[in-house]
Every structure is written in C-alpha cells, then in structure tokens.
Design a protein around this ligand. Sequence first.
Ligand code: SAM
Length: 408
Amino acid sequence: MMLERNRLICGDNLTELATMEAESIDLIYVDPPFFSNRNYEIIWGDEAEIRSFEDRWEGGINVYVDWMKQRVMELYRVLKPTGSFYLHCDWHAGHYLKVMCDEVFGQRNFQNEIIWSYRTGGASKKRFGRKHDTIFFYTKSDSYTFNTQLEKSYMMHKYGFKKSNFKEDEQGQYSMVISKDWWEIPAVGSATKERWGYPTQKPERLLEKIIMASSNKSDIVLDAFCGCGTTLAVAHRLSRKWIGIDISPSAIALIKNRLANLGIGESDIDIIGMPKSVEDLKRFKHYEFQYWVVNELHGTPSSKKTGDMGIDGFSLFNHYPIQVKQQERVGRNVIDNFETALRRYYKVPRKVIHGYVVAFSYTKGAYEEVARAKGEGMKIELITVGDILDKKVKIRQIVSPNEQNNLL
Ligand SMILES: C[S@@+](CC[C@H](N)C(=O)[O-])C[C@H]1O[C@@H](n2cnc3c(N)ncnc32)[C@H](O)[C@@H]1O
C-alpha cells in the first residue's frame, strides 16, 4: 500500500480494519483495554484505574477473548508476510490471549514473551507486587525484519584489568549485549515530562525499542488501539509512516494536540471519522463530549476534585476554568452556578475572574447574566459548539506575569 499521508482514524477498529488492504502493514502494536468496548469509559487522571477489572467485565473471559480474536484476525490479514505483531497485555487475560494468538499466527511464529517491568503502582501485602506487563511478539513467517537491539549489561564485580569490550559509566563496568526479553522501563508517572494525562499511556521508550527492532525507516506502523498516540508519536520521530485507530473521539483530539506539539499540523495528516457537525456531537456520550470540547480548546481536563465544583477543564495557556454543557439554550441559572464555582475556585480575591462556558446555544437571560457579572469583575465567555467546529474560537493565550502569579 502506498500511504501518502499518515492516518488518524476515529472508529471501531474491527470496522476500520475491514476496509484496509490485505498484507499492507509492516509492524503492528496493540494495547487493548482488558474488557469489552461496550463498557469502556474514559476516566481521566488518578481515578482511571479505581474501578476493578471484574466490575467492568460482563460475560466472562470467553466473551473478551472472542472480541479480541475477531480483531487479531483482521490484524493478521493486514500484516505483510514479513511483518511483526506485538500484543500488550497483563495478568488479567494474557494467558488466554496467548493461546488465541497461537491459533491465529501459528505457534511456530511466536517469537518472544517480553516482560515490561516497572516500579510504580500499589501493591497488596497479601501477594507479591504485580509490577509487570507482558508483550507477545509474533511474526507472520520466518522471514521478517529484525534489527538486533543491544543493551548495557553490568558486571557483578569491578575488574581491575582492561578488556577491550568493557566500558564504564556511573553505574559501573558494562559490556553491550543482545537485548533480553525483559525490559525495565519506568512507567509514565505523574511527574514525567511525556505525560498527557491519558490513563493507560505507555512510555515512549517501550515503543522505541519495538519500532526500532521490528521496522525500518519509511515502513508502515499500525496501532489499532492507539489511545493518546504514543506509538504514532514515536513512529513519527523515527521516520516511520503510521496509522492510528481509536474509538474515542477524545483520544483522537488529544493525539492531535500531541502531534501539534511535534510540529505536525492537521493538514499534514488524514483525520477520519471525527465529528463534523453539531448533530454528531449531540450523539456523543457526555464524558466524550466534555473531553472533546476541552481538547479542542487545547485545554486540560480537570481532576475529579475540581470537576465536583462544576469545572470540567482549564484552558492551556491561561488556566482559566471551563464548564461544558451538552445542552441547547443554556440559561441564566447555569451561569449563576458557574459564577459560584469560579468564586470557590479562585479562593483569593482578584480584580477580574475569568471563565469559559461551552454549550450548543444560550438564552437571552444567559447573555444578560454575563453582562451583569462583568460589573462585579467576572469575565465569562459564552462559547458555542458551532464556533468551535467553525474554528472561530480564540482562547486568549497571553497573560501578564502578574496575572500568572495570581493563578492558583
Ligand atoms: C489501553 S488504551 C491504549 C493506550 C495507548 N497504548 C497509549 O499509550 O496511549 C486502549 C485504547 O483502546 C481504545 N479502544 C477500545 N475499544 C476500541 C475499539 N473497538 N476500536 C478502537 N479503539 C478501541 C480505547 O479508546 C483506548 O484508548
């Protein structure tokens, strides 16, 4: 397949993969959710993993494995005969998925069970800490791309003599050896620079290793559960072509921001399946709508704590609160409540308090209330979804250093 432009697709991967050309992809990495899509919900920030696996999973393991098998069979179909497939999973369903992948790819095409170990996350006193994920690596045939990866192997003891293949760094003496099938790579923690706040974001170093080993420059990399776009960002950086699919419009909106950060504009990629009209957006689930709006405004979704106060996100540059209503004719009472939320949020008195409300439309009373509140030092902007779709919204980006200091 000639892939003229990289492609970002919002949709169910089963449907989307069915439209793709057979044997056209060089490398596939997937990191699926461990439960059926039907129950999938994005919960941002630290709340993300609070709901237990069992709570989310209806129908038992067989339903999940069947759901995955349909997708793995499509992925197998689109993979080139020389291609590679990596499936990221963990203790929840990994063993069942391995058996299923053996059936689809053939046991003899299984290459590695990679252990990604990390230190973060909690641990129970009742068992050993669960601190690794598993990545199954398959190829479609015996003839496949593999660029041997090397890693440092440290000596147990320091040797006084100099051997030509010994090197030394702050951790001690080492030699370079063929990379093993267990990788210690820190997870994306809250203090990590690469963090985008997407609950299941994987570290770029992990994808770097996979992409460098199993593809070459200009090869096509596919991630059919691309989340916040880690695979795509790394593939781009390593000069690979890429296709990303995710069912969540807010994930796609976030990826657009992530790519923009790398200097890749919307005109450089084909974006397929994103909402184009107000009617499309009315059909969104509420949380998807909320995150779509916040991301379109280049903002960040709020944590649950501030969400409780009626604030759904913050604009990126000036950090002004944003409230999102998936409603027509938002009236005076909503603006009233937002004013209260703003006062509670900006605990310290300020000369001017700023905030944005986003909805489909507003009543006359809402505009009157905004005008009235202006007299009390409240600058509330009423933004319509139509304005966002028409790219008419410009959130003020420059704040004076003084104003910066006042931000909470
Ligand atoms: C575990 S996350 C992937 C995280 C990703 N590796 C990253 O680093 O950001 C799984 C993703 O699969 C997506 N997803 C779930 N069901 C899907 C489906 N049927 N088709 C496409 N994407 C789906 C979810 O929206 C979610 O973003």
